[in-house]
Design a protein around this ligand. Structure first.
Ligand code: GDP
Length: 140
């Protein structure tokens, strides 16, 4: 199977609890490699732009506030079938529905403060990577 890329965010609830390493360990143990990583504090404009597809959802405002409530770690992950591999280890959006052994089951606080973001398709992965990284920042 081909090695592909996906985009990940370790969200503010996880960075606040000093779980950057613990979450990254679960990603690595799932067969993903961190090809690029940086800790940033998103601006409101960045968060609104990133979650533009959710603009009409009732929780959009709360989601943006949450995502700018503290630093996040944005990452490019590489691995075989990286999008699916990452979604599998992330677990369901709502931690109450997430399988045992997933990041969200292990660490998420709520459906909103659910510790990680992961792209849902190769097409969105490419867009999301380009939203936060220049090519020369992705070193493999
Ligand atoms: P994901 O792909 O599993 O992250 O889920 P979605 O794309 O559906 O939602 C994006 C993000 O919005 C989720 O990861 C949550 O942080 C947040 N979210 C989703 N559903 C809800 C909700 O019902 N209420 C709130 N407050 N936030 C939500």
């Amino acid at each position: 199977m081909a090695v592909t890329r996906t985009f990940s965010i370790i969200k503010p609830d996880a960075t606040r609890r000093n779980l950057t390493g613990a979450v990254t360990k679960m990603l690595e143990e799932a067969g993903l490699r961190v090809a690029a990583s940086k800790r940033i504090h998103m601006t409101r404009e960045q968060a609104e732009g990133f979650y533009d597809v959710h603009r009409e959802r009732p929780f959009f405002g709360e989601l943006v506030e949450f995502m700018i409530s503290g630093p996040v770690v944005v990452q490019v992950l590489e691995g075989e079938d990286a999008v699916k591999r990452n979604r599998d280890v992330m677990g369901a959006t709502n931690p109450a529905d997430a399988d045992e052994g997933t990041i969200r089951k292990t660490y998420a606080e709520s459906i909103e403060a659910n510790s990680v973001h992961g792209s849902d398709s190769d097409e969105n992965a490419a867009k999301e990577i380009a939203f936060f990284f220049n090519d020369d920042e992705i070193v493999g």
